[in-house]
Design a protein around this ligand. Sequence first.
Ligand code: KG4
Length: 333
Amino acid sequence: MSKRINILAIETSCDDTCCSVISDDIILSNIRNTQKVHGNYGGVIPEIASRNHQDNISKVVNSALRASKIKKKDISAISYTYGPGLKGPLLVGSMFAKGFALGLNVPIIAVNHLHGHIIANFIDKPHPRFPFLCLLVSGGNTQIVKVSDYNKFELLGQTLDDAIGEAYDKIGKLLGFKYPGGQKIDYYSQFGNENKFKFPKAHVYNYNYSFSGIKTAIKYFLQDKTHKFIKENIQDLCASIQKCLLGMLLDKFILAIKDTKIKDIAISGGVACNNGLRNMLTDISSKMDLNLFIPDPQYCTDNAAMIAKLGYIKYLDGDFSDINIDVEPDLKY
Ligand code: KG4
């Protein structure tokens, strides 16, 4: 019987300490430890994130190994995120991955976090066919990417300032929600009237985005409003804000779909958990006769299963990394 390929993957690019084990293309475990402490500060504090990764990483790796029932001696390679992300958190994951790999005498596979998010669409079946268009929406990125192969990515458009997740979280803070507020806005939206309040949409050239203006517009809108007003109108406010944010997001994505004539479309990143976005895309896909792919929510937010999946693909290609490879906080495609 041929030996199974077992990859242990680590992801620590921001505030989630994650580990996953994949065996012959099947995800056996996917553990994610979210650092709740950042909620007290209204955003991720890099130094605190690094220290928490140091405290959490052994426990998270052991849980992932236990859940997978794979023994350390049977691990074929370690894949990990080497960028983009916060430098300190990336260093914790990278050092752990390298030390673990050296101890086990197995190769390392350095993975680009953005590629991981996109390739998350291949974890479950059915998956998109190349070329497909991916809308990558997270706390750090808002991008439209043409994907022609597992390692061929063309950035068609992106945000010129805040990412959409960042806008959700900053607006959430203005509404009084703890960080990250994106999920709360999405939750209250379902009960509200999306036409009650009107907020301005930013129009940017080509397939690019700008989300900082709407955040400022809402800040000014709320500055003379009482807590009572916000509380009484929270559902309508959230629904109107979500309509505006998702409208901007989808206008450009639809433009790219029409221009490229690509029929397979996918989304990924933490904001891909948004119910409003999922519903709107499902509607658009049926009207435009598109094939829509959305990863399971556990593979949308930062996770190590996507790093394991891409690690597995790279392992089959013999695409290993040198042990001296450094982290790259500003890594692009
Ligand atoms: O991909 P992710 O876990 O981390 C990175 O930013 O890389 O994404 C986190 C982002 C946060 O901004 C969070 O508010 C947003 O995803 N998010 C949502 C929802 N769930 C998570 N935004 C809107 N609606 C949601 N349901």
